[in-house]
Design a protein around this ligand. Structure first.
Ligand code: UDX
Ligand code: UDX
Length: 464
């Protein structure tokens, strides 16, 4: 079959894989190829067992794979043939040198830019899909200015806003698609080409265009605003616990103001995931770099509150369980950083599990999708840790349950059955506020939600 255009994506991760699968599914007349330096990942994308768990993803991959969607290993040849190249390689927080712990590590990004330059013999549109510091396109363009000057590269910014667990619906029906370009004749022409692709399935009014720097910055700011809402509500949950106010009631009252809105106001153990912390720290670094220390401090506090919330959760477990966890079995329900994904990157569960093991607790971890990742996240820790998928088996014989991921299945558990199998007094720490606290208290549990009064049958010195 003759394809209209050849599209390549470099980086077959959580962003590159699903977003290209959707593009191929919606545009059968475009050939879409995804490459990655990690060949095992490519093999997985070509298998029945995709490397990314997302509801609905299997279906669209199956429909397009082998027809106009390909996962390939010959990176250089694919670059040569492509008309449009999306770059979706990872940009982790730098761990060394200037900006360590804050700035984005752009080494993979730059390496990819050079690889594109070395293997290009025809004009190409190069699209930043990864989240990047504002002004990265400038560096990209400098690298791509080929020595002979014969090959034209137009660089666009098209950040991806999909959230894990809802990637397919976010890609199919996005709130908006953002495309940034230079406002030159060639820049606008390249931008229009990408607008035409998205127009196949996204309503025109949802495709917004901007200058390239606004586009780069908007992605960082969008994530910072979302994370800030989570930290805002979590900070108030601490005050609720001191004052007998109920965080769910406060969130409802505040969120019903249409100017505020009701989303992202769920208090919990803090945000995880590969993006929020990395992107805020990146924003903090950029602000400091440009001499805006007050602005940097403001955004850094979002990350600090997130860490505080996790520490508070652990301190609460310790205090409620008579200040010792040594030899006690604690069942962690949920290890993924949110429901409907097997991803555990930056999951609060990693930190909490490590702290519990540090207190010499026996830890049993249960999760429907993330156990493999949990094992590798905790591979280096010493202590008694078990991985049991069945939540009933995992909870059996434990002193306490800590719910760390908002999986729907945990809402529907038979807590009476679980209570019977546990050591008494039985504790329930609901880090996501997802179960019926009164009902569990009625069953016999000592229940500790987030941002609500504890429901305890014990009368301890702290008044619970
Ligand atoms: C990542 C970042 O988290 C996100 O902020 C950014 O916007 C895009 O990259 P994600 O897709 O979740 O998103 O990352 P990951 O799953 O790690 O995928 C990146 C892929 O790029 C990996 O499979 C890696 O092997 C590949 N890669 C990396 C290359 O193919 N070449 C490189 O030089 C570096
Ligand atoms: C986020 C952005 O939502 C997405 O637009 C961007 O492209 C990538 O980063 P993601 O990290 O996949 O997506 O998940 P998200 O749904 O934003 O949740 C992030 C974290 O915040 C999770 O740990 C979640 O549990 C937590 N969260 C979210 C809360 O604690 N409370 C809330 O009300 C919402």
């Amino acid at each position: 079959m003759k394809f209209k255009k050849k599209i390549l994506c470099i980086g077959a991760g959580y962003v590159g894989g699903p977003s290209m699968a959707m593009l191929a599914y919606k545009c059968p007349d475009y050939k879409v190829t995804v490459v990655d330096m990690n060949f095992e990942r490519i093999d997985a994308w070509n298998s029945q067992d995709l490397p990314v768990y997302e509801p609905g993803l299997n279906k669209i991959v199956k429909k397009a794979r082998g027809k106009n969607l390909f996962f390939a290993k010959d990176i250089e040849k694919q670059i040569k043939e492509a008309d449009i190249i999306f770059v979706s390689v990872n940009t982790p927080t730098k761990t060394f040198g200037a900006g360590a712990g804050m700035a984005a590590d752009l080494q993979y990004w730059e390496k990819t830019a050079r690889q594109i330059l070395e293997n290009s013999y025809s004009p190409k549109i190069v699209i930043e899909k990864s989240t990047l510091p504002v002004k990265t396109a400038l560096a990209m363009e400098k690298i791509l200015s080929s020595p002979s000057g014969k090959i034209r590269f137009d660089v666009l910014s098209n950040p991806e806003f999909l959230a894990e667990g809802t990637a397919v619906q976010d890609l199919e029906n996005p709130d908006r698609v953002l495309i940034g370009s230079h406002e030159t004749r060639n820049g606008l022409k390249a931008r229009q080409e990408l607008v035409n692709i998205y127009s196949r399935w996204v309503p025109k009014e949802k495709i917004i265009t901007s200058n390239i720097w606004s586009s780069e910055l908007s992605k960082l700011v969008a994530n910072a605003f979302l994370a800030q809402r989570v930290s805002s509500i979590n900070s108030i949950s601490a005050l609720c616990e001191k004052t007998d106010a109920d965080i769910s009631e406060v969130a409802k009252a505040v969120g019903m103001d249409s100017r505020v809105g009701d989303k992202f106001l769920q208090a919990g153990i803090g945000f995880g995931g590969s993006c929020f912390k990395k992107d805020i720290l990146n924003l903090v670094y950029l602000c400091s770099y440009y001499g805006l220390q007050e602005v940097a401090d403001y955004w850094e506090s979002v990350v600090k509150i997130n860490e505080y919330q996790q520490d508070r959760f652990i301190a609460n477990i310790l205090r409620s369980m008579f200040n010792t966890l040594a030899g006690k079995r604690i069942c962690i329900l949920g290890f993924a950083f949110k429901a409907n994904t097997g991803d555990t990157r930056e999951s609060p569960a990693i930190y909490i599990a490590r702290k519990l093991l540090g207190e010499h607790a026996e830890v049993v971890i249960s999760d429907p999708k993330a156990l493999k990742n949990a094992e590798s996240d905790l591979a280096d820790v010493k202590g008694d840790v078990k991985y049991i998928e069945d939540p009933y088996l995992a909870a059996s014989g434990s002193h306490a349950i800590a719910i760390l991921t908002d999986w729907d299945l945990y809402r529907r558990l038979d807590f009476r059955k679980i209570y019977r199998s546990m050591i008494k007094p039985a504790f329930l720490f609901d880090g996501r506020n997802i179960v019926d606290h009164r009902k569990c208290f009625g069953i016999g549990f000592n229940v500790y939600p987030i941002g609500k009064p504890a429901l305890s049958h014990l009368h301890t010195a702290n008044g619970n």
